[in-house]
Design a protein around this ligand. Sequence first.
Ligand code: ZN
Length: 219
Amino acid sequence: MFDLMVRNATLPDGRVGVDVAVQGERIAAVEPHAVLAQAAAGREIDAGGLLLSPPFVDAHFHMDATMSLGRPRLNQSGTLLEGIAIWGELKPDLTREAIVERALAYCDQAVARGLLAIRSHVDTSDPRMVAVEAMLEVRRRVAPYLDLQLVAFPQQGVLAVPAVRPATARAGARSRRGRGRWHSALRAHDGRGQRVGAAVVRDGCATRLAGRHALRRVR
Ligand SMILES: [Zn+2]
């Protein structure tokens, strides 16, 4: 007797008419329907021939900016640079409550579509640390059903905003007090989209900036 049986599924490798049996938290059997037709389960779900897959993973997202289309204005050029500029215009008016509300609404949509793991950048080029505090709260609230990893990311450039370096370091320290770690931000730019190198982030803290500016300690 299995705990759960998903009947008549299509698998990502193309197999159709497959039954998947689950025992506890583990997949116990993946077989053609004929093999498991007589097997009983506490709960059965008819997939109706639809795709059954592992959860989807979004490896790159900016959840602190989600659902903010048109705030404070639309991106007329459609370019990344104007998008970054608009984000800079919105930032002074951001509140923790608004970011949390929009991010949670997005998480509901994501989970409903099969996304159960998201890695999101979080802007640390803000001395108020509003987005950092908001996203740490979001991570805590979605933890039961969504694996949310946060990346300390100085959107306006490690070098362009004087407060960025201490803010990024504080984000790391703040994160280490909670569960989980921040993961490495892989690039850095000067705030105008010009790539200057790669930020090396270890245990949640940007420790080095490698590239045109040589090895510059961030903390
Ligand atoms: Zn990005």
